[in-house]
Each structure stands twice: as structure tokens, then as C-alpha cells.
Design a protein around this ligand. Structure first.
Ligand code: SF4
Ligand code: SF4
Length: 345
């Protein structure tokens, strides 16, 4: 017999740091385009696997001296290589017991272009469950005010993926709302994208899972994406180098997430003629190198939503207080909206 305990034990042996289980009914109310039941209508359980983001992958950005290890080990390869290995092997383990297991590709449900359905009565061919909500449904933690997922084990430092199965597995209990995020607003204060509203602004997203209400900030994803992908001089020293005269205060931008992706990725991949002023032939050297080499680039280093949160005083900061020393050891570097360096008071 396949049990929840056996699945979790196997997943952890295969490399997972976290593994939780949701009964499929917990997805009741999900928008069709995010509802895992449209991927596997016979699914009875969703297995959510998490792998930690090592604290050390933020070190280079924290010191202002090395950016790429976060993109590689904390983002792209963590999502596309290290984590799917545990996900794939656990799916095979479930199928060895005679149950179907669907490892779900972690697409970003909010920004997929939606195509028409191929069969009446169902959404189009681009259904992507929201992994953070799925992880809440599997009792692994809660979405914090910053919209980043928080667990007791790693605070804001993990990536997540899903396996759907028709095996009926014992679900994990839901986490009590705000038992990990204590609404300290450290993420708001430190976000260089100025995109996480303060709680007093009243901009809130609210969902219910089996009658339990979870709330988090309605984050301005256009500004976050511009910053995350380096079109914000407050976060990116590379933009200041390659576009020294550009003045674009990200806090005044009203673009959508998709618009910000379109801009950042097309500019990041772009070539331009070589001139004495810009001899490399790339519009933004760093973005070009990462996008052509890794296929992704993360420039902000989650200064507010992850780094400030992991250094916060509440339960979200508890995993980092178990280290033998504090993460931040020197006054934090800053860049002005014009890209001029300074330090935080
Ligand atoms: S820093 Fe973390 S714990 Fe504090 S409000 Fe933001 S998400 Fe919640
Ligand atoms: S990735 Fe950067 S810009 Fe986006 S919410 Fe986090 S700290 Fe703010």
C-alpha cells in the first residue's frame, strides 16, 4: 500500500527538502486556468516538493560583488534541474505502486497567453497551477505578505513543484494564517522595486482553502519584474554601466507583468552595433551573457521579499537565526534611481 509517509520518505531521499500533501478538494475555487484538476481530472492528491535556496547564494549580491550564482543555483537551475530530479524520481516511485503520477511543469500561470480550448467544457491548453498556493494547500507553509512562500524550515528560501496522482494520500494539516509571516513589513521597506504595498494601503489578495482565509499584499508585478530583470538602477549596477543616461524611476511605472517581461527580456537579449562608447555590441552586457548562457537572469536578488524577510525578527527569520552568525555583516550598499552608489544608514 502506498502511504503519505512512504512518499515523503522517498521524496526526501531523492533530494527534496520539503514534501507535503493536499487532497484535491482543497483546489475548489481555483480559476480554471490554474486548477490542477483540469490537468488530471482523476487526481486525488497533490504532492508538493520543495528544495531550499541556500543562504549562501545571496552572498555575492549582498556584498555587491557577484550576481550569477543566485540566478544559477537559487533560481534557474534550482527550478529546472535540481528540483525536477526529486520530482521526477518521486513520480516514478508513485507509479511503481500502480498509481498514475503527473509531474507538473512549473509554468507561471499568471503570464501565459491563453489559447482556446481543444474540447468543450474545459480551459485551453495552458493550465498552470499556482505553486505557492498549492504548497499552502499541502500544509508546507503560507504565502507571506510579500507574496513569497514561507516555511518554518527555510523561511522565504525555497522553490516548489507539484506531482498530481490518483493515489488517495493522507493530507497534511493547513498552516494557521500569519503563523509564519508576522506582518513586520521588512520586505516592504527594503524592496528596491517599491512594489510591495504597506499593509496600511489596504491592497490585499485573499483566498480560501477549505474555509481557511489567507491574505497577502497585492504586489505590483510590473515593477517587480522590471527590477528582478534589471531595468531598475536601484537594483542593477549593470544598467547604470550600459545605459548611463537613462532616467526611469521604477516606482512611477505602471506596466503589467507581461509588459515588463517583454521589455526586460527583449532588451536583455538584444544586440546593437559596436561603437567606441559601447564596444561589446550588447545592449546590456550582463543580461545578454546570462540570457544567452543560462536562459534566465535574476538581478534584484530578492532584497526585500527574501533577504529582508530571512533577516526579520519573526518566525520567517527563525531558520536563519540557526546559523552561527547573522547574514548581513556590513552596511548594505545602495544605488540611487540614477545608479549612484551609497550605503544604507
Ligand atoms: S518580511 Fe516576511 S515576515 Fe515580514 S511582512 Fe514581509 S513576508 Fe511577512
Ligand atoms: S524581487 Fe526585488 S523587486 Fe521584486 S518583490 Fe522582491 S525585493 Fe521587490
Amino acid at each position: 500500500m502506498l502511504t503519505a509517509a512512504a512518499v515523503k520518505q522517498y521524496a526526501k531521499a531523492a533530494g527534496a527538502d520539503l514534501c507535503g500533501i493536499a487532497n484535491i478538494e482543497r483546489f475548489e475555487g481555483a480559476p480554471a486556468q490554474m486548477d490542477p484538476r483540469f490537468i488530471f481530472p482523476e487526481a486525488r492528491s497533490a504532492i508538493i516538493i520543495g528544495r531550499r535556496i541556500p543562504r549562501g547564494v545571496y552572498r555575492g549580491i549582498e556584498e555587491g560583488t557577484h550576481w550569477s550564482n543566485y540566478t544559477f543555483y537559487g533560481y534557474n537551475r534550482l527550478n529546472s534541474l535540481f528540483m525536477p530530479k526529486a520530482q521526477y524520481e518521486t513520480a516514478c516511485f508513485v507509479e511503481d505502486h500502480g498509481f498514475e503520477a503527473v509531474p507538473v511543469y512549473p509554468g507561471v500561470s499568471e503570464v501565459q497567453p491563453h489559447s482556446p480550448p481543444v474540447r468543450a467544457g474545459q480551459p485551453g491548453p495552458d493550465v498552470y497551477p499556482q505553486m505557492r498556493i498549492a504548497a499552502m494547500a499541502a500544509g508546507l507553509g503560507e504565502i507571506g505578505w510579500s507574496k513569497v512562500f514561507l516555511s518554518r524550515e527555510f523561511g522565504p528560501r525555497q522553490r516548489l513543484c507539484m506531482i498530481l496522482t490518483d493515489a488517495e494520500l493522507e493530507p497534511d494539516p493547513l498552516v494557521e494564517p500569519n503563523s509564519i509571516c508576522n506582518l513586520c513589513m521588512a520586505c516592504v521597506d527594503e524592496c528596491p522595486g517599491h512594489c510591495i504595498p504597506h499593509i496600511r494601503e489596504g491592497k490585499v489578495v485573499e483566498i480560501q482553502i477549505e474555509g481557511v482565509t489567507y491574505r497577502w499584499a497585492d504586489v505590483h508585478m510590473g515593477r517587480c519584474t522590471l527590477t528582478h530583470h534589471g531595468l531598475n538602477k536601484e537594483a542593477s549596477p549593470f544598467l547604470a554601466k550600459d545605459c548611463p543616461g537613462l532616467r526611469m524611476d521604477v516606482s512611477e511605472q505602471e506596466c503589467s507583468e507581461e509588459e515588463a517581461y517583454k521589455l526586460t527580456h527583449s532588451v536583455g537579449r538584444a544586440d546593437w552595433r559596436r561603437t567606441p562608447e559601447f564596444p561589446t555590441g550588447h545592449v546590456i552586457d550582463y543580461a545578454w551573457t546570462m540570457l544567452h548562457g543560462v536562459g534566465y537572469y535574476a538581478v534584484c536578488g530578492a532584497r526585500g521579499c527574501i533577504r529582508a524577510c530571512m533577516m526579520s525578527n519573526g518566525p520567517a527569520g527563525e531558520p536563519d537565526r540557526r546559523f552561527h552568525n547573522e547574514f548581513r555583516k556590513r552596511p548594505m550598499w545602495t544605488l540611487s534611481p540614477e545608479g549612484v552608489p551609497g550605503v544604507e544608514e
